[in-house]
Design a protein around this ligand. Structure first.
Ligand code: FAD
Length: 406
């Protein structure tokens, strides 16, 4: 096996990058450790992501898949509620998107990228990497334990929480976020008629501990994804095991508990911890890191897939140029522009946990319409729109509004 580009991992970042590169005429091999369909967390997309699905030639595949529409988010704290409609935002572009079962979504993207010419190889785990500016190579292990060498002209690491190159090349660096974890499941929701608009996700703050929050993401086929996020020691006091903890926490959640009154279990309770991650550098000799393989902040604003697709879009263009003989500046044209949006989301995540953003959301600011449209743009994923002051200087503007509203 030898291709222009080898992509490690067939999540959204990997498949979208593979599709973009194949469309540009490069040969692409995608190496994926698992077999699809496989479960993944990360089900609520942001409208901004639609632009990059379109750019990759995959939008129609997604639109035709019958996923649950999404047009906004509702934030709740006790009986306080604030609804954000993503179609009422200051940045031009998509105002709707989907809430997706990732096993289906990721398979659709992979099949679409295959249709566009990328080759996918499942059950293949990357276990070693030798960076090289002209011919980086990887060691790949199949399910029988047989190893082989793969050489490419460029390697994109889209291995998500597998963090393949971060671990193999010792690129990991601590994040400033404390350790948080999530407990989650899917239910057959049987939501009482008229009680909730399925086109919106709900983010609820726990009434007794504002650092604990829940997601409620209605999916297609009568399913809803529910989850709770908090510090491990804060969740542990709710029961002996994860099932008990999730049940006890949902019982405290107010509206969400009422929506789930008739719900029945659709999958075993799962958990994920230690997900916040970061690297010292997103690029090196003959490689770049995409999506979660590079950095993951926090699930609260559903930004993970959007950042993953932005990284795929930026990197694919540079790979094409580099393999055509140009010498692109990866720092100036990839790491820094990608980082601008990540920094916007970081400011929002920090504001969420230090309480300033919660003040902004739940206390009416001075000029609600204009300000809300700008904040909605960021919540809809338009974190790279420099026209928006809440993108250019997110912390300053959020703090200013928090003071006015608080
Ligand atoms: P992934 O989707 O993780 O894909 C990586 C792929 O690489 C996997 O298929 C894996 O099997 C493969 N792989 C790993 N190691 C190897 C190896 N050695 N060799 C070959 N293949 C390998 N994001 C959202 O946008 N919306 C949400 O609502 C949301 N909710 C979240 C909730 C929680 C609790 C958490 C922790 C995250 C959430 N996220 C959400 C983030 C989202 O899950 C990720 O950001 C997104 O899946 C990243 O995509 P990716 O393509 O970078 O990686």
């Amino acid at each position: 096996m030898s291709a222009d580009v080898v992509v490690v991992g067939a999540g959204p970042a990997g498949s979208v990058a593979a599709a973009m590169l194949a469309r540009a005429g490069l040969s692409v091999d995608v190496l994926e450790r698992t077999h699809f369909p496989r479960f993944s967390i990360g089900e609520s997309l942001l409208p901004q992501a639609m632009e990059w699905l379109d750019e990759a030639g995959l939008l129609q595949d997604v639109v035709e898949a019958g996923f649950q529409h999404k047009n906004g988010a509702i934030f709740r704290w006790g009986e306080k509620e604030e609804s954000f409609d993503f179609r009422v935002k200051s940045t031009a572009g998509w105002g709707t998107t989907y809430q997706v079962q990732r096993e289906k979504f990721d398979q659709i993207l992979a099949r679409g990228a295959e249709r566009l010419g990328a080759r996918f190889h499942f059950g293949q785990t990357v276990v070693a990497m030798r960076p090289d500016s002209a011919a980086p190579s990887l060691t790949v292990r199949d399910e029988e334990g047989v190893e082989r060498e793969v050489t490419a002209r460029f390697v994109l690491d889209a291995s998500g929480f597998g963090r393949v190159l971060a671990r193999l090349l010792d690129l990991e660096t601590p994040t400033a976020f404390p350790d948080r974890m999530s407990i989650f499941t899917h239910v057959h929701d049987h939501i009482p008629h008229g009680l909730h608009d399925r086109n919106k996700i709900i983010i609820t703050i726990n009434p007794n501990n504002s650092e604990i929050w829940y997601w409620f993401i209605p999916l297609a086929d009568g399913l809803t994804s529910i989850g709770v996020v908090g510090r491990p020691e804060h969740l542990a006091i709710y029961g002996e095991n994860r099932d008990e903890q999730l049940r006890a926490l949902v019982a405290e959640s107010g509206l969400m508990n009422r929506l789930l009154v008739n719900a029945t279990s659709a999958r075993a309770v799962g958990e994920i911890s230690g997900y916040a991650c970061k690297v010292t550098s997103l690029t090196g000799n003959g490689y770049a890191l995409l999506g979660n393989a590079g950095e993951f902040l926090d699930p609260v604003f559903s930004s993970g897939v959007t950042i993953a697709l932005k990284s795929a879009s930026l990197a694919s263009k540079l790979v094409v140029r580099q393999l055509n003989g140009e010498n692109p500046d990866w720092d100036a044209e990839f790491s820094r522009p990608l980082g601008r949006g990540i920094e916007t989301f970081r400011a929002y995540v920090n504001g969420w946990y230090d309480g300033s953003l919660q003040k902004v959301i739940f206390n009416t600011p001075v000029d609600p319409n204009q300000i809300k449209a700008m904040i909605t743009s960021v919540l809809a994923g338009y974190a790279w729109d420099n026209e928006n002051p809440f993108v250019r200087q997110p912390t300053k503007y959020l703090n200013m509004i928090a003071e006015l509203g608080g």
